[in-house]
Design a protein around this ligand. Structure first.
Ligand code: BDR
Ligand code: CA
Length: 320
């Protein structure tokens, strides 16, 4: 049976790969995509999601408009040099929005109630919308969600926005703190593993010739743009990390990631804003089990790559 997944994303190139991956993976049933600001402005993020859904013929997937900025009210910094001016590298997504309904944040509640006890939340964007759920509806609002799979943070490696902080945690550190505090059964996929989830140009070339999916024409141009940005930022890198695919894959193939249970805290302000903190001393302070988060510390990259290729190559993709 497939996992019912409510996905929060900010497409963005690796988010777009994650959305495509989730649509293509037969073990995932996406029950909604919340698209908010982050890599691009919220309106663009919604448009990009609508475009991918349209390509797949999956207009049955509800699109929910997320937040326009962080809880602090600070202006948003976007990242066109990494994700392209419109979030899909050089691709200008046609306006497919007029054909779809875009829901507001209340739809999240509706979905949570509909899939009670059987819903996985995967968050690969900023944490603003999830934090807002707690702020608007109270601490128990997400208690029936089975688990939270979150891409964010960086442990024992540098950040990618500041020396200490990763983008999803940094861009709304207040929200990240709230979510890590209040959500239960959290599995975290930080940079220390997602940086290694590298897909190379050869692999993408192969997919762009052989993927039988409707996403095929997008793969090469979107990847090339993203890879160029990584080559600039990380000299010598041999491909580009698909951060946002990791939590989705870890859900359907649990062997891929190994976890350490620790309570995760997030610094909200000052020079360490967005820094993820956990107690890695050999004898950490004791924590009650309900406050522990599961931090991804090791990933089987060969399995990651194989699974990624298999999903994009599977031949029985059917438009629903
Ligand atoms: C995260 O930041 C975003 O820019 C990527 O899409 C990913 O979710 C990596 O730090
Ligand atoms: Ca993202």
């Amino acid at each position: 049976m497939a996992y019912d997944v409510l996905l929060f994303a900010d497409p963005g190139i690796d988010d777009s790969f994650a959305i495509m991956y989730a649509i293509l993976n037969p073990d995932i049933n996406i029950v909604g995509i919340v698209s908010g600001y982050g890599n691009t402005p919220k309106e663009q993020s919604v448009k990009n999601t609508a475009y991918l859904i349209d390509l797949a013929g999956r207009e049955d997937i509800p699109i929910i408009a997320g937040a326009a900025g962080p809880l602090s009210g600070e202006p948003v910094q976007y990242y066109p040099e990494i994700h392209g001016p419109e979030g899909l590298g050089p691709i200008k997504p046609p306006d497919t929005l007029q054909d779809v309904e875009v829901h507001d944040i209340n739809k999240i509640l509706e979905i949570i109630n509909e899939y009670k006890d059987n819903l996985i939340i995967v968050n690969v964007g900023r944490l603003t919308e999830l934090a807002l759920m707690f702020i608007l509806y109270g601490n128990d609002v997400l208690k029936d969600v089975t688990a939270f799979y979150i891409m964010g943070g960086a442990f024992l490696v540098p950040g990618n926005i500041t020396a200490e902080a990763e983008a999803n945690f940094y861009s709304d550190a207040i929200a990240a703190r709230i979510v890590m505090e209040k959500a239960h059964n959290v599995r975290l996929y930080p940079l220390n593993i997602t940086n290694k989830a590298i897909i190379t140009p050869d692999m993408i070339e192969f997919l762009s010739e052989n993927s039988p999916t409707p996403f095929r024409p997008l793969l090469q141009p979107a990847f090339d743009y993203y890879f160029k940005a990584y080559q600039k930022n990380v000299p010598g890198i041999n491909g580009a990390p698909m951060h946002d695919v990791v939590p989705l894959m870890a859900l359907t193939d649990p062997e891929i990631v190994k976890y350490i249970p620790r309570r995760v805290r997030v610094a909200e302000f000052g020079n360490s804003k967005g820094k993820s903190i956990a107690d890695f001393r050999p004898k950490p302070d004791p924590e009650p089990p309900e406050t522990l988060d599961y931090i991804g510390m090791e990933a089987d990259i060969l399995k990651f790559v194989t699974n990624f290729m298999e999903v994009f190559l599977q031949g029985d993709f059917e438009k629903k």
